[in-house]
Ligand binder design. Structure first.
Ligand code: NDP
Ligand code: 8X3
Length: 255
């Protein structure tokens, strides 16, 4: 059998939830990893956990800080500087409030992180993909990219932007042979709601009560499938719900 060249993936938001599960799944595939996040201790622990399986490099930066993003990506050693797979996963919801009384710091955090952060990281990496006429970008959207729900206003707007940016990336890099797609999960049990509700674990837990939510590993499995398709196959847009969910506002709960 012909030996496949080793791929390198950069994952943002690798310190928790979907990103961390994806790092673990990729490590099992022997994909070389650049793991990113703000929490340095978690990056270190993950590097220790996975470096027996594959080569790992960590980058600590805030995606919403333009200079930090470019400094970090420019600091990559030569052996990690050609990124084949970019997983734009970093992001969070901040608050769940009516728009007329929304906290503008929450709005800034969502627009700066989920939208501008994704753009900055992509802007730092896309040129070398285009130059090599090869690369795969997966943006993590959400059902919130497709539907708006009560009090979801700005979070949903930020994810609708991710959907539009994904389509724009696919078009603009179409002649460069770059694969671009988005994965849009429904309810996944991660630290997402803990962040949304500012550390209120009890409130966060109620989001996933009464039904079987998706787990971070479920999404990681799908991402692993998407990146291991033959290069001419691009999974452009994928919506995944827990079976109990049929829409943003439609979850079948059993008490
Ligand atoms: P988690 O809160 O568990 O993970 C979020 C990750 O993003 C963390 O690793 C965090 O790392 C990183 N992150 C957040 N903000 C920044 C920032 N400004 N700079 C750098 N890293 C950042 O949530 P999920 O795993 O659920 O979320 C991952 C993605 O999936 C997000 O884009 C989210 O919107 C999306 N999603 C989640 C769903 C869900 O129900 N859970 C459903 C649909 C989509 P650190 O704090 O260390 O920086
Ligand atoms: C996260 C899922 O339903 O809270 O994007 O928007 S939801």
């Amino acid at each position: 059998e012909e030996e496949q060249p080793q791929l390198t993936a950069l994952i943002t938001g690798a310190t928790s939830g979907i990103g961390r599960a994806t790092a673990r799944a990729f490590a099992q595939e022997g994909i070389r990893l650049v793991l990113c996040g703000r929490r340095q201790d978690r990056l270190e622990n993950l590097e220790i956990e996975l470096s027996g399986l594959t080569a790992v490099h960590t980058l600590q930066f805030d995606v919403s800080r333009r200079e930090e993003v470019f400094d970090a990506i420019e600091s990559l050693p030569a052996s990690f500087s050609e990124i084949d797979i970019l997983i734009n996963n970093a992001g969070n919801a901040h608050g769940l409030d009516p728009i007329q009384s929304g906290d503008m710091d929450d709005w800034d955090a969502m627009i700066d992180g989920n939208v501008k952060g994704l753009l900055y990281v992509s802007r730092a990496i896309m040129p070398q993909m285009v130059k090599r006429q090869k690369g795969h970008i997966i943006n993590i959207g959400s059902i919130a990219a497709k539907e708006v729900y009560l009090n979801g206003n700005v979070y949903c707007a930020s994810k609708h932007a991710v959907d539009a940016i994904t389509q724009g990336m696919r078009m603009d890099m179409n002649t460069s042979g770059i694969r671009v797609g988005a994965i849009h999960p429904g309810l996944v049990e991660t630290e997402f709601s803990k962040v949304r509700f500012k550390g209120d674990a009890e409130k966060a837990d109620t989001v996933y009560e009464g039904f079987k939510a998706l787990q971070a590993e479920d999404i990681a499995d799908i991402i692993r499938f998407v990146v291991t398709r033959p290069y001419h196959v691009n999974i452009a847009d994928l919506l995944v719900f827990p079976t109990a969910q049929a829409g943003s506002n439609l979850v079948h709960k059993i008490n």
